[in-house]
Design a protein around this ligand. Sequence first.
Ligand code: 5GP
Ligand code: MN
Length: 323
Amino acid sequence: MRDPEGIISALRQADSVCICTHVNPDGDTIGSALAMRLALLGLGKRVNVFCQDKVPDHLAFMPGAEKIRFPEENTESYDLFLSVDVSDLRRLGTCASLMAACTRSAQMDHHGTNPGFTDVNSVDENAAATSIMILEQLKVMGVSISPEIAICLYTGISTDTGNFSFDCTDAETFRAMGELMEVGLPLADLSMRLFRERDKAQLRLLGRAIENMSFEHDGRISVMSLTLKDFLDCKALSEHADTLVNFGLETIGTQMAVLAREDSDGRVKFSLRARAPFTVNDIAESLGGGGHARAAGISMKGTLRDTLPIVVQAMKERIEKQK
Ligand code: 5GP
Ligand code: MN
């Protein structure tokens, strides 16, 4: 349930706010955090934004991105801890330690699997993006939406809706976009930057992933995997694999897609996607991950060889159950 009044009252009592984002940050968590940061700075509060991981290069253009710090750099305490777009405590990664430096906690999020891990929880799984909830929140607070705030919110909304194409995209999405356009959002420039240009390293990695793509279950499941060696050979970072799973789902006849990538810490990260009416959040949850109905993720300890068959088997079973 969205709780704009609860968030307002938590913010009203706070002169200082620590905003936290999720691990492997995406456009929605960074956009939400930076929009909220600008709004709270405008209200005269002391604000810092934290992320366990580095902001991906393709999101570094957002106003204030250079101010985002690693949790271990923090030396201050705060009246309020505010997490944005973080589905559970584990997804905070090392940012979870900052809760201890804060008097109270609140969160804004749109994951159905969110257990409500803060004092004030504004969570709505029907919001297409957390950034949409932030826009509504700022309006209720009487904050005027600056072009800089609009850039952050657009980034969150457009990336979480697959550039306005996933089935979470709804009328509220376009109403929000109308408001961002009214304040001068440079849509064409940003859309080019986010959706129509790529790093060479990402293209090399895409080549690898597609070369290795295989199909299971009569072609209904597409499987891609990337090893640490693939990343090294392509001079690519983990962030360069972030949207590649969608290419698997684009294959005609595919109902689910998985991309598995080896992490440097002895874990494998899985990105799962499904076409309607199939769902993957249930698979992710049953294996210790989470996410949305058609876009979910898991991080498992072990090797690709040990973990990938477990995930693919769970996908097969899910398809059989849902068909
Ligand atoms: P992606 O595959 O793009 O990394 O993530 C897709 C969705 O699943 C996102 O909404 C993300 O928050 C969620 N997600 C990804 N990995 C994990 C994970 O390890 N645990 C949980 N709980 N959610 C995840
Ligand atoms: Mn999101």
